[in-house]
Write a protein that binds this ligand. Structure first.
Ligand SMILES: CC(C)(COP(=O)(O)OP(=O)(O)OC[C@H]1O[C@@H](n2cnc3c(N)ncnc32)[C@H](O)[C@@H]1OP(=O)(O)O)[C@@H](O)C(=O)NCCC(=O)NCCS
Length: 215
């Protein structure tokens, strides 16, 4: 694409979509459609949260902006007092919801397919008494980390407390409830390792316990 076409077709629309989404455009970003950023919840008018996005961000929010279709805009929920969503460099996200009560951290070169949900909270308590009494402070919350070079297939759900190791792939439509080691494919509900992406000995050198993973 020549420079003029790039300015007309990518840069100007991206600047506009950032403006109507309430975020500042950064050079190199490609934004298609408005992102919904939820900064305050209905319980308080206070604006909460931190949203940090790195270089070369690509974000698809309209039906035609992705080859398999996008059925919702991206929603970034940072409406809780300690909410933090941090997105690294060269990340691509299509029509997905990210909800951070505490923190969702996404590394560099991560791809998130259409219609995914990434949340660090159960949103409601497990105990029925607490739900009846609206004791929402008893809901489960645990930070989510998605390390560098991860690819999350369309319509996947990443639940609270999960760390996905470097270079791993989450199969389409998976529900990830436990940590994923680096260099593997996980799939299904609940997601399980279906294949490692390196040779056994190479893998043994690379494998680290999830708590030691670095993003
Ligand atoms: C994960 C993926 C990349 C794996 O592709 P692959 O390397 O060709 O893997 P295979 O097809 O050899 O699958 C290996 C095993 O995992 C299973 N599997 C693969 N993807 C699966 C999925 N999404 N859910 C459940 N099982 C899955 C296969 O059935 C196979 O099982 P088997 O060993 O019992 O036969 C691919 O299946 C996938 O889900 N792609 C994502 C597509 C997508 O969402 N794109 C985003 C567009 S925005």
């Amino acid at each position: 694409m020549n420079n003029f076409r790039k300015i007309i077709r990518i840069i100007i629309p991206s600047i506009w979509y950032c403006y109507i989404s309430g975020i500042r455009y950064r050079k190199g970003w490609q934004i298609r459609g408005r992102i919904r950023i939820i900064k305050n919840n209905f319980l308080s008018n206070k604006r909460n949260g931190l949203l940090k996005i790195g270089k070369d961000f690509k974000c698809n929010n309209t039906i035609k902006s992705n080859t398999i279709g996008v059925f919702q805009p991206c929603i970034f929920n940072i409406s809780f007092p300690k909410s933090k969503i941090i997105i690294g460099d060269n990340v691509g996200i299509s029509g997905s919801s990210i909800c951070a009560c505490e923190s969702v951290i996404i590394g560099n070169n991560v791809l998130i397919g259409s219609g995914c949900l990434i949340t660090d909270t159960d949103s409601h308590p497990v105990d029925w008494n607490d739900r009846r009494e609206n004791n929402n402070d008893k809901k489960g919350i645990s930070p989510v980390k998605i390390c560098d070079d991860v690819f999350i297939g369309a319509r996947s759900i990443i639940l609270k407390g999960v760390t996905i190791g470097e270079r791993s792939v989450v199969g389409a439509g998976s529900v990830v409830s436990k940590d994923v080691p680096p260099d593997c494919i996980v799939a299904g509900n609940p997601a399980k390792v279906v294949r490692f992406l390196k040779q056994e000995d190479d893998h043994e050198n690379k494998y680290r316990q999830p708590k030691d993973l670095k993003c």
